[in-house]
Design a binder for this molecule. Structure first.
Ligand code: VGL
Ligand code: ZN
Length: 197
């Protein structure tokens, strides 16, 4: 059974997945209601930084000719091209100055939905002493799911911030099925308490 302690403490790290302009309404690959995760994740950023716990932000960081783009036969419109405004973190996301930023899917011919794939994320997390990851961001059915799968495979406990994720839902129900798979992998789900008045 997963650890049921939901208060962040020593050994915990916050992993924010791909909260980038192109995944927000108006962006090149907009996730419906993607902007709604921003205030929720800001609350968790506050809680983690107040306790001196690490905050990690992953970002999709593609070359202009990435293999996932439709021009190359991939499923997606061009999005999150490295260095562009679309690839920037959502302006309302209050990342701490010392947040660890992990760029992924940076090679033209390799897709990487997971923040662990082709990056040093696992090593960096271990070096920080992290054993349990609180995860939120975009999108539930792609990069969040893949990141959680790899986190479990790497031996981390995972707490998914259920109200801090949104799905693309290319097929209706993809987001729900992703949540189901994450649960089956032993992921705990937590909902965010409203800020104290
Ligand atoms: C993502 C589709 C394509 C994601 C990234 O961050 O979930 N989805 N690239
Ligand atoms: Zn992408």
């Amino acid at each position: 059974m997963a650890d049921q302690r939901m208060e962040p403490g020593p050994g915990d790290a916050l992993v924010i997945v791909d909260v980038q302009n192109d995944f927000l309404p108006g962006g090149a690959l907009a996730v419906p209601h993607g902007d709604e995760v921003v205030p929720v994740l800001n609350r968790w950023i506050e809680r983690f930084t107040a306790r001196g716990l690490p905050v990690i932000a992953t970002r999709d960081w593609h070359p202009p000719d990435h293999c996932s783009f439709q021009a190359r036969g991939g499923p997606w419109p061009p999005h999150c091209v490295a260095g562009t405004e679309g690839a920037a973190f959502a302006p309302g996301l209050r990342l701490p100055p010392d947040a660890l930023v992990i760029s992924k899917a940076t090679e033209p011919d390799r897709e990487a939905y997971s923040g662990f794939e082709g990056t040093a994320l696992a090593e960096r997390l271990r070096a920080l002493g992290a054993r349990r990851l609180f995860v939120g961001g975009l999108a539930t059915d792609y990069c969040v799911l893949s990141t959680v799968r790899d986190a479990r495979r790497e031996g981390f406990e995972v707490v998914l911030i259920e109200d801090g994720v949104r799905a693309v839902d290319v097929r209706p129900g993809d987001g729900e099925r992703a949540l189901e798979e994450m649960r089956r992998l032993g992921t705990a789900l937590v909902r965010t308490e409203p800020a104290a008045a």
